[in-house]
Design a binder for this molecule. Sequence first.
Ligand code: SF4
Length: 438
Amino acid sequence: MVGVGRMVRVKGVQDGSIAEELGIVPGTELVSVNGRELADFLDWEFLTADDELVIEARLPDGEAIIYEIERPEGESMGVELEPPTIRRCANRCEFCFIEGLPKGLRKPLYVRDDDYRLSFAYGNFATLSNLKDRDIARILEYRLSPLYISVHATPWEARKVLLNNPKVPNIVEQLNKLAGGGIQFHGQMVIVPGLNDGEVLEESFRDLWALDEAVLSVAIVPVGLTQFSHLYPGKSMDRANATTLLETVDRWADRARAERGHAWVYGSDELYLLAERPLPDADYYSDFPQIENGVGAVAALRMRVREGLSSLPRLDGRRIGVVTGVSMKGIMPELLDQLSSATGALFQMIVVENSLFGPTTTTAGLLVGADIRGALADRHDLDLALIPAECINDNGVFLDDEPFITMREQLTMPVYPSYDFIDVLVHEGEPRVAGVAA
Ligand code: SF4
């Protein structure tokens, strides 16, 4: 008899897949695999890795069914599951970016997820504060590695204060259990001056260093407070704090390079910009372990531009606007000069302030549709405009819920989202197809 407890529901089935052959359709509830109940996508992924499977399911019309199959090696089941219920975080961090969000943004932005499953599957950072013993057992059994962990501080008392959560578990014990089971992780520490810099940071580095190969990389990220942040009343990050932090990072990175062959700890790009220090070259970042976290993104951009210049067509005399955030003001001219020399086009940097989050939010990737539209509205002198692609999500919507397509229709020049200029400019020598945007 098919159980009635936990299950996962099918969202889609691939054509020609095993699931389709079995008659699994969207809406089917998958209840167990080889006698083990399914709680989420992880159970499904890992339990169906066996070749011989007994799958209990319930079809959308309520019919209970048991499939006994032998799965050919390497062939996937072809099932897409409905997204899991996301685990919410139990903290109220001093620096929480979500707490600092204004109203009216894309709804998913307000979800405070803290979910080790998403950490493994998508590289989302998790604090592990809501981890139960059974979760740790599961991480070890399924070997969910590497994880992305928001460590912030290892001294227990400091972490309780930072996360505003007196019940937060001792992360050193948690990390030791994970490391003991062969789990590796990338860590991040968002530094709030006065709370987890200085001796707390030193102790945190010592604890993480002691975990040896379990710690793949550590990112040091300065706290970013928007004009809406209201929890943390203390000091914000300034040039002096950023400089001191980078000195600490350098000391540990030197040690790591000497003893372990790679830098191990990295300051985020923003930290270098705040300290007004030159950003390291691409080879500093090994394989860019935390580029999604803003660590080495500028170096990677410089590298992609350098390597892409020879592929660009001549664009003599074209006037191209490049929209960016305040933090890139000092970085951009050198890149635009190179693009100009390679193509003959005239590039103009258009620095846009973030009216929604406030002047302290200077990252290009957080620019909102309204600000970009405002900056380009009267620029009839431009033949083309490039905007940061990071501002737009997979559904083509800016953070302020403005669809890119709406903005593009309101502007007179062609506008393209671009990650590294090359991705768009390489096509500019080609004849335009009406209505097709990059
Ligand atoms: S863990 Fe902290 S920063 Fe992350 S969502 Fe929760 S309160 Fe915000």
